[in-house]
Design a protein around this ligand. Structure first.
Ligand SMILES: *Cc1c(COP(=O)(O)O)cnc(C)c1O
Length: 214
């Protein structure tokens, strides 16, 4: 596990951009990882983790959270309304809200479980049909509907198309967040988090780079 190395790179990218690393949350993406692989991060004091599948998360995280109660679990998968209650119970934040319908289900689930999860709205900056997220041109309306459902969005999230230059998508997300008065930007993964930090990312979601051997 390469936590220290990545923290160092985040600090360096922040310094270059004139930002303080305390404004950045490194979210360790543990999808597909076993509890054994995750434990060294928890033991090193790391607190923010993410999973994209509710079922996989349910197999690992109730036990891990019992052992490390300060750990926070971020949801980065598609929000299915029939999973809203499990999401509200197990997770501590949602990065991928993309419809009023999902917001309504999540709001109901949060009330039922007496939990309040900060939410990001996912923007499909590449307008890819197979991907979740709100098309940029629909964002204003969807944000209004999400707020009407009783959820106050904390920021925006994107997952750029693999074949595109990520900086263009990060810049677009930052511009949209500014226009909408939203503070947080969940953007940047293993291959492009330093670029994302230059463009204002507050949450970088890193999986493979944290766990790779070399
Ligand atoms: C898997 C995943 C990541 C992490 O990707 P890496 O390239 O392994 O760092 C980040 N965000 C989302 C939404 C993911 O599904």
């Amino acid at each position: 596990m390469r936590l220290t190395e990545i923290q160092g790179k985040i600090a360096a990218a922040c310094a270059q951009a004139g930002r303080t690393p305390s404004g950045v949350t490194l979210v360790a993406v543990t999808k597909g990882r076993t509890a054994q692989e995750i434990l060294p991060l928890l033991e090193a004091g790391h607190l923010d983790f993410a999973e994209s599948r509710v079922q996989d998360a349910l197999e690992k995280w109730p036990d891990l959270k019992k052992r490390f109660p300060a750990a926070r679990l971020h949801f980065i998968g598609r929000v299915q309304t029939n999973k809203a209650e499990e999401i509200a119970s197990l997770f501590d934040s949602v990065h991928t809200l993309d419809s009023a319908r999902a917001a309504e289900a999540l709001k109901t689930a949060m009330q039922k479980t007496s939990r309040a999860l900060p939410c990001f709205v996912q923007v499909n900056t590449g307008e890819e049909p197979q991907k979740g997220g709100v098309a940029p041109r629909d964002l204003q309306v969807v944000l209004r509907d999400i707020r009407a459902a009783g959820i106050v969005p904390q920021g925006l999230m994107c997952l750029p198309p693999a074949e595109d230059i990520p900086a263009l998508h990060f810049a677009l997300l930052a511009k949209l967040a500014k226009e909408e008065g939203l503070q947080n930007l969940s953007m940047g993964m293993s291959a492009d988090y330093e670029t994302a930090l230059r463009l204002g990312a507050t949450h970088v979601r890193i999986g493979s780079a944290l766990f790779s051997a070399t």
